[in-house]
Write a protein that binds this ligand. Structure first.
Ligand code: SF4
Length: 387
């Protein structure tokens, strides 16, 4: 299996917490048109071990992330997807996700036409960045939509025939009470999305939130309150029939994200567009620089607009541990490098003895995982097994 990612590096405004690479632009701006041209050039012409891996594996997911992919017109989405299909000999994608901001959908008079055209372009999964259902909290985040637009966007997507919708929410930030978070989750459950991703707000470098925090105008929520919010999320989603399959991801049966799962399974993927990452499924990681003007000069043209690294044996071991233990399917220690595993065996045994790891039921004590009640502190548990 192999998977393809397209990074769309544009936003109409910047959200307060966001540290992703993106440039300011409106829909159909000239920068977008130039980017699409460069992107299609990269798709056609790029040759490296990651794109080669696409030809030797069967490829079934395509993901447009950002930034704000819903700033692209359906024609641009269709044209980019066709260029990818042509390059890699793919007729259609089993899972074709596009991230969308609610205001790009609900805020337009031609919303139904836009969504139907996306479906015609092959998009069969929509990921909506809702983040909260409270207008004051959305304003604090500097999101462009309000709660009513979030609900309207979701309903418009359903009416347009999208039967696989993911919603993002954010928890664990200063000013969010447990009651407020519970209200957000209840609003989310009322919509019955097939998939839910929830992230704790962190203070990202270069974000507006970082400036507020460093000037004393923002205080993060204490860790114990964040942990309570995470536990509430887990219990409410479980009661509503969602399976948690990764630290931040929950799905109704049959609706886990195949694209994101491929990252955790270390299968090959190729990313196109500024700031997009690629992996050859073995030891080469390559990423385009987060610089649109350099990217536009590079495709077509000359110059280098990417970096690449070859993973060491230690890197591979640590990645396998980290990516496996973030998932409920867990880690198979026998699949790890034997020498490095023997170095880490005492820590592995200690974590099992103290209940920070458990055997996955039904695997005959072969697989280990972090218990659901400890997933909130997964990073610190995982680090203990790094070589
Ligand atoms: S969160 Fe999404 S929409 Fe907001 S600035 Fe970041 S990339 Fe843009």
């Amino acid at each position: 299996m192999a998977n393809i990612y397209v990074h769309v590096p544009f936003c109409r405004t910047f959200c307060k917490y966001c540290g992703f690479y993106s440039e300011l632009s409106g829909r159909n701006g000239t920068a977008v048109a130039g980017y699409v041209k460069s992107l299609e050039y990269e798709i056609r012409e790029r040759r490296d071990s990651c794109t080669d891996a696409m030809h030797t594996a069967s490829c079934d997911t395509l993901y447009f992330g950002g930034g704000t992919p819903s700033l692209l017109s359906p024609e641009e989405v269709c044209s980019i997807a066709s260029a990818i299909g042509k390059r890699f000999g793919i007729d259609s994608f089993d899972e074709f996700t596009l991230e969308a901001n609610p205001d790009d959908i609900a805020g337009t008079s031609s919303c139904n036409g836009y969504l139907s055209s996306l479906r015609s372009a092959g998009v069969n999964r929509l990921s909506l960045g809702i983040q909260s259902f409270d207008d004051a909290r959305l304003k604090f985040m500097n999101r462009r939509h309000d709660a009513a637009e979030a609900v309207a966007a979701f309903e418009a997507a359903r009416n347009a025939g999208f039967d696989n919708i993911s919603c993002d929410l954010i928890f664990g930030y200063g000013g969010l009470s447990l009651e407020g978070w519970k209200a957000d989750i209840n609003e989310l459950l009322a919509l019955k999305p097939e998939h839910v991703s929830c992230y704790q707000m962190s203070i990202e470098r270069g974000s507006a939130l970082e400036k507020l925090a460093s000037s004393g105008r923002y205080s993060p929520l204490p860790d114990d309150e964040c942990a309570d919010q995470y536990a509430l999320l887990q219990s409410m989603l479980a009661a509503a029939g969602y399976e948690q399959y990764e630290v931040s991801n929950f799905a109704l049966p049959g609706f886990r994200s195949r694209h994101n799962s491929s990252y955790w399974e270390r299968t090959p993927y190729v990313g196109f567009g500024p700031a997009a990452h690629s992996f050859d499924g073995a030891c080469i990681r390559r990423w385009n620089l987060p610089d649109l003007s350099r990217y536009d000069r590079c495709y077509p043209g000359s110059g280098k607009c990417f970096c690449q690294e070859e993973l060491t044996g230690d890197d591979v071991f640590n990645e396998q541990v980290m990516l496996s233990l973030r998932r409920v399917t867990g880690l198979d220690p026998q699949a790890l490098d034997k020498e490095r595993l023997s170095m880490e065996r005492p820590d592995l045994d200690r974590l099992l003895d103290t209940g920070l790891l458990e055997y996955v039921p039904g695997t005959g004590m072969r697989m280990v995982r972090i218990p659901a009640s400890k997933l909130f502190v997964s990073d610190s548990i995982i680090e203990e097994l790094f070589v």
